[in-house]
Design a protein around this ligand. Sequence first.
Ligand SMILES: Nc1ncnc2c1ncn2[C@@H]1O[C@H](COP(=O)(O)OP(=O)(O)OP(=O)(O)O)[C@@H](O)[C@H]1O
Length: 341
Amino acid sequence: MTALQFDHVTKRFGRFDRQVVALDDVSIQLADHEVLALVGPSGCGKSTLLRAIAGIHPIDEGTIRLGDRVVDDGRVQMPPEKRRVGLVFQEHALFPHLSVTDNVAFGVRDDTAPTRAAEMLDLVGMSEYADRYPHELSGGERQRVALARALAPNPDLMLLDEPFASLDTNLRARVRDDVVAILRSTRTPAVFVTHDQHDALAVGDRIAVMRAGRVVQVAAPDVVFHRPVDRFVASFMGEASYVPVAAASDVVGLADELTALTEPEATDRTLMLRPDDIVLEHGDGAVVEHAEFRGTVWCYTVRLANGAAVKSLRNHLEPVQVGSSVQARLRPGHHPVVLDA
Ligand SMILES: Nc1ncnc2c1ncn2[C@@H]1O[C@H](COP(=O)(O)OP(=O)(O)OP(=O)(O)O)[C@@H](O)[C@H]1O
């Protein structure tokens, strides 16, 4: 069963000369129980996509289905309150004048509300805070209450828009992992918007990368990271070096030795290399130009014989000197990706 399906969805804002195409022919699917992380730079359309699902923004073209129900076909929209989706936003919008329990019970419209609120507060570990008011909670606690409130009506799908952006780094990872564990334990499918690739890699069963209103790649986290479809996705998902190569066959002929690469006269292809895929060994052919301490590792910038610079991570117990000659190799077994430049 498919939890969510977008077929050729387009959404425009504004008119004529000032028109913005926020969603441009987007087609994606979400399987039951799946958590999809939606990433992309600011303004690429992530929030618009979420709001289109929720029914806040009607679409112009295409079809949105939730389960087997068409909720928007560009002409007729199902009202937001009938869509059975739960929303958690960055600003966690709790009602300030309602207690934690009343906030969570708010969306349950029958007499099960008090029991359901108690169950949900137990699920998110907030039972002890049931009688408090939102201003008496920390940011992380408010975020859990917001999650409990969104889950209380038993939605078919959860939509989370940058839900942890207001939390500091340490708390953020913990609350994020808790929230995803809760979504998984309740088997609630979710679309999770973030502009942070670490969050996306950590939480998504799959990741959808957006750019300028389009979905450019949807795949499992390791595929998006190691097999990006283009340089935009490669750069957005993490640090990488790009080395020009004339043809894919150059890579095969490398014998894993980057120092053997010669500069092609003109090329429209590049080798994408993540810093953990390059190892430095004793030898010649490359020079260590810069060292950056990153706590658990050092990141070295190494200039290859062909003039390209690559980055390489190395354990802090195996330092190399800036200025020294080294040989740069691909980590054994690694098959690098060749992208259009
Ligand atoms: N109500 C609106 N009216 C006009 N333009 C809008 C409206 N909402 C969004 N846009 C435009 O649509 C595009 C997509 O916006 P959206 O908020 O979906 O991006 P986003 O990827 O969520 O960005 P961010 O990461 O900054 O939140 C942007 O160019 C934005 O300026």
